[in-house]
Ligand binder design. Structure first.
Ligand code: ADP
Ligand code: MG
Length: 382
């Protein structure tokens, strides 16, 4: 099957044009060798899963470690029920292991353990049964909230001191938020303790977007496979519009070569990239749609609205700012202020805010016919 630009989930080298994943987190190997527990955080669709899956796959193949990326995602379906979340998560870990690890590195049957101790007991049993030191990446850690997140962090913290013999020798949490937020979620230093494996800033890594050169290199893979050229100014325009956001880079190119310039003898020019951008925005593709979803959160709007209005941000809390930054919505500008992360978001965000306001206004108009006016006003503010 020919390769294409990927816009749906993690990349697979045999199916997708792809920049070498391992180079994106060069510190990974050193952290594993030093038996560190650490956090990898970056906004959605920057390539966390692609990169960490490639790194763990390569590490296992080398033969020294049993390394695997597993996901906490299914835990999200059981808010407020840690025991059930643990069982669901452990079920998915077993499937991940069956898929990615050779038979001799499969985990043992998970031991019986009471709710709140199941993840820790499983990690212990697995590390003890594994013929090689165990290295795990827990992806989608943000899927867990509040009690469930705290419960899992506590179990990891508790086992940490028994590594590498009786707990994974190295472990990474992967999600949107930085270390400090897990500490906050876990009730600050006081409750999780300052010896938490997840409260040391030096052990928090992030992933950057693609550089200009990387964008050109990715697009050149398509040229190598099909002969279809991206002009230099098309590559430059794609970078400028996306500021290197990996999903957007792929989405523009895919729209360009699969919908707009279908004949590979036709070059992808700046005008084609611009048309692709307009089409992505018009369609509000998945990534843009999930971005719009975030704008419903008050703490996000508190940051975004003044930036759009070109106002200063005097009373915004640092937490709100960091949150908007972790989501990838805003970034620090060269001049030192905050700006919307890239021109495509800059176009999408005001539209979604406007359409939300439109919907609220419609609902309010409908409500005000049937309820007292006071209630309608409240709805607008809510
Ligand atoms: N190494 C890569 N080369 C090219 N594009 C990539 C690469 N890694 C990620 N991407 C792009 O980013 C998108 C999201 O990747 P994914 O690994 O699922 O990110 P995350 O886990 O951060 O949400 C992919 O669908 C693809 O468009
Ligand atoms: Mg991911």
């Amino acid at each position: 099957m020919p390769r294409r630009f990927n816009t749906a989930g993690p990349c697979r080298p045999e199916r997708h044009y792809m920049l070498p994943a391992a180079l994106r987190i060069p510190q990974f190997r050193g952290l594993v060798d030093r038996q560190e527990y650490f956090v990898v955080h970056a906004p959605r669709q920057v390539g966390k899963t692609t990169t960490l899956a490639a790194l763990t796959r390569a590490l296992t193949r080398e033969g020294t470690y049993a390394a695997l990326l597993v996901s906490m995602e299914v835990g999200a379906s059981f808010p407020g029920d840690l025991g059930a979340a643990e069982l669901a998560v452990l079920g998915s870990w077993r499937a991940d292991a069956a898929y990615a690890l050779p038979p001799e590195l499969q985990p043992p049957p998970w031991p019986e353990a009471p709710p709140g101790q199941r993840i820790g007991a499983a990690l212990r049993a697995w590390a003890m049964a594994s013929p090689r030191p165990l290295v795990l990446v827990l992806d989608e850690i943000d899927a867990l909230q509040d009690e469930a997140l705290v419960g899992v962090l506590r179990q990891i913290r508790d086992g940490y001191r028994r590594r590498p013999e009786q707990f994974p020798c190295s472990l990474a949490l992967c999600g949107l938020r930085d270390v400090r937020d897990y500490r906050v979620a876990a009730g600050s230093e006081g409750r999780l303790g300052s010896a938490s494996p997840f409260n040391i800033k030096a052990r928090s890594l992030t992933l950057q977007g693609f550089t200009r050169q990387e964008v050109a290199a990715l697009y050149a893979q398509h040229t190598a496979d099909t002969g279809q050229v991206f002009t230099d100014d098309a590559c430059e325009r794609a970078f400028e519009l996306t500021q290197g956001q990996p999903w957007l880079i792929n989405a523009l190119a895919r729209e360009a070569v699969e919908e707009l310039a279908i004949d590979p003898r036709e070059a992808v020019t700046l005008a084609v990239i611009d048309a692709a951008k307009d089409e992505l925005i018009r369609r509000q593709d998945t990534h843009l749609d999930s971005l719009a979803e975030r704008l419903r959160e008050d703490r996000v709007r508190r940051v975004i609205e003044p930036i759009l209005a070109g106002e200063a941000l005097p009373q915004i809390s640092v937490d709100d700012l960091l949150y908007a930054q972790d989501l990838g919505l805003v970034r620090a500008s060269a001049a030192g202020g905050l700006v919307i992360a890239n021109p495509i978001y800059r176009e999408v965000i005001p539209r979604s805010l406007a359409s939300d306001e439109g919907r609220i206004a419609e609902r309010t108009a409908a409500q005000s016919m049937t309820t007292p006016a006071g209630r309608a006003v409240q709805l607008v503010r809510a």
